[in-house]
Design a binder for this molecule. Sequence first.
Ligand code: 13P
Ligand code: SF4
Length: 301
Amino acid sequence: MMLQQEIKALKKEKNAVILVHNYQLPEIYDVADYIGDSLELAKKAVQTEADLIVFCGVDFMAESAKILNPEKKVLLPVLEARCPMAGMVDIRGLENLKKRHPDAAVVSYINTYATTKAISYCCCTSANVVKVVNSLEHEKIIMVPDQNLALYAQRFTKKTIIPWDGYCYVHHQQFEPEVLQQLKLDYPEAEVVVHPECPPEIIDLAHAVHSTSGMMKYVKNRPGTEFIIGTEIGLIERLKRECPDKIFYSANGTSATCWQMKKNTLETVYQSLKEEQHEVTVPETIRIEAQKALDKMLLYS
Ligand code: 13P
Ligand code: SF4
């Protein structure tokens, strides 16, 4: 039997669901029950009736699914699929910052670990950051870990946002304004659509800024046929599959790649389902606090 068929058979046998982030390899899309951005996948994790969730993405995504679903078994196929940005918050440093700004609410990006979420007031994703910030009663917000997401949100609020100094190595370091400017000259009809994890100089050159699934929806609804995309290559692969009549260029001229996202393969998904590995666990005291921050976010989404 082909691996994809074996995965589908195991899914049925074990009442499992496979949640897949937009940046995953196309071969994994084919076994997905749902493909989406961090917010959509967190919502699906809450709604699912399955006993087992296999999360094809990076660690914080699977961990968030576990926080929201303590009674379910959540699996991360490859333990090394770790988002470097999620590890950029040091808890003591954040506690100190909170003490310096006792009136501020900590809004943590979903790209954080449970320990960070547990000492946050609310979470956000790239899809709902502006809505979350403007929905909170606080006038001051500490935002961790992504400085670019914080600076992006600041454009849409009168509140004071105190950014942390974290970043995504893909969006922060793999896009250059000079390259994007040249692409705009080369393809003058193309619309530029970028992710809010990009630095402000890139955001300034964009026609639209969206989460990964927001980019999918935007492109599908636009009459134009050419797009310059400022995010990880996996999203461009999905766009090409679902919009075969449109043309896509990467905003860095080649392809921006998140190597951690690319650690998952069909083989590791199969092994994960078969052996029920690697199970994600979160200490209950931390999980309870982290869930409060995630639940608040879902309320505003
Ligand atoms: P999205 O929630 O927009 O899919 O972003 C997740 C991510 O890790 C972006 O780098
Ligand atoms: Fe983390 Fe960036 Fe990879 Fe997203 S693209 S998982 S933020 S390193």
